[in-house]
Design a protein around this ligand. Sequence first.
Ligand code: KIV
Ligand code: ZN
Length: 518
Amino acid sequence: MTTHSDKDRVVIFDTTLRDGEQSPGASMTLEEKLEVADLLDLMGVDIIEAGFPIASNGDFEAVSEIAKRIKRTTVAGLARAINADIDRAGEAVKHAAKPRIHTFVSTSPIHLEFQMKKTEEEVLAIITATVARARGLVPDVEWSAMDATRTPIEYLCRCVDAAIKAGATTINLPDTVGYATPDEYRDMFRQVRERVANSDKAIFSVHCHDDLGLAVANSLAGLEGGARQIECTINGLGERAGNAALEEVVMAIKTRGDVLPYATGIEATLLTRASKLVSAVTSFPVQYNKAIVGRNAFAHESGIHQDGMLKNTQTYEIMTPASVGVSKTSLVMGKHSGRAAFRDKLKELGFELGENAFEDAFKRFKDLADRKKHVYDEDLEALVGDEIDTGQDRIKVESLTVICGTQGPQLATLTLSIDGNHKTIQASGNGPVDACFNAIKALVPNEAQLELYQVHAVTEGTDAQAEVSVRLGENGRSVTAKAADPDTLVASTRAYLGALNKLMMKNQKGRGEMMRAV
Ligand code: KIV
Ligand code: ZN
């Protein structure tokens, strides 16, 4: 039998904030990135790739803030094989307790010919110079061979050799286009490690994209080939079809220790919380049947399965819901429940609120319990995850009445408090949500574009709360806000205003510029 100490430690490198954020529409605000980074740190991730500092000032600021704040986990910044990129990444991670620069260059013939327009020898010289430059800034340097899986093995070995000689401490061989099969990927690592004389001087890393649905299988095959770092993202977020999902690689290693003799430092009971947080801040829903964190991942529907589960849960369950942090849906308290019980319940769900936020959440719980017969854990998660009024919001909903149905037009009568002054308007629209949003636009003229509007029911039943996400974009900046309410139109209006308030807070030039209240 394999004991834990026999197992090779696999380093978990999370790139949700970099490759994950590259998914179209998954951009996060600084505050959201900090929240995700804190949770990744708490969860035991070894390395957080916090962003691509040269890409924008926002990316630089996020990497730099995360570097200053996180004390246990290594913080990495990505850089192309360009001096300016490397210097910018070095600047961004310089305050980290454990800084890393991750620099990459393409190595495959197709990338060299069409994208880089460079010869193999030119790229080799670039690798030596840029890795050495990064090593001059930080002691921990990762080098990646972009499109490694479509690079001839001889040339790949020469590149890896050059990178290690120049000082790279981690060598990442990505399946950038998600093309490899598990056998090919494993063999590539075996061959490179055998052929490169100084390969034992570096840790080898996998980075797999999911274009053929093989990212997790390939990542595990890479371990067989000798890799000991896995690059992955929460919920498998990432370019195109995404990256290997962190929760899947971690639970595969944990559950199949008999054939995968490895260990990670991840606290698996936080996986569900991390999945929900990333889904909330990006507004990317998690597919219902997604492994580990999908809402149906532990649901047993058929009679035969339910019968087996009642007799012995191992008949149909290879891991327990509790092991990944799923608490059984439970009826919470009713309207008579007090503060102490409410605080205990929030703690069990992983929320510790400051006094003001707690009082606000408690009041909203009471209001909800008055209106909704059964209040479940999911309702509380939505309620607390809702954009809590920070006291800084300039615009608040005072009242909303909507007329809708077959006899159009749909009409919304909305009263807002704008900087403390009440304003009312009636607007029509192509449906009730459109009418509500038109009313907001009439009261608060602004240039923001609606980039995403998404509704989902928090629990089952027709009295379920609607959780609405709204993303607004303005001048290249996007913000997302959520709100939950049993009334979909109220939730929609509050989510829209939440995003508008955030955009205004972001607007450094401040009051009155973006908003011209009528
Ligand atoms: O997919 C890829 O090759 C990458 C590199 C930047 C590591 O994301
Ligand atoms: Zn990638």
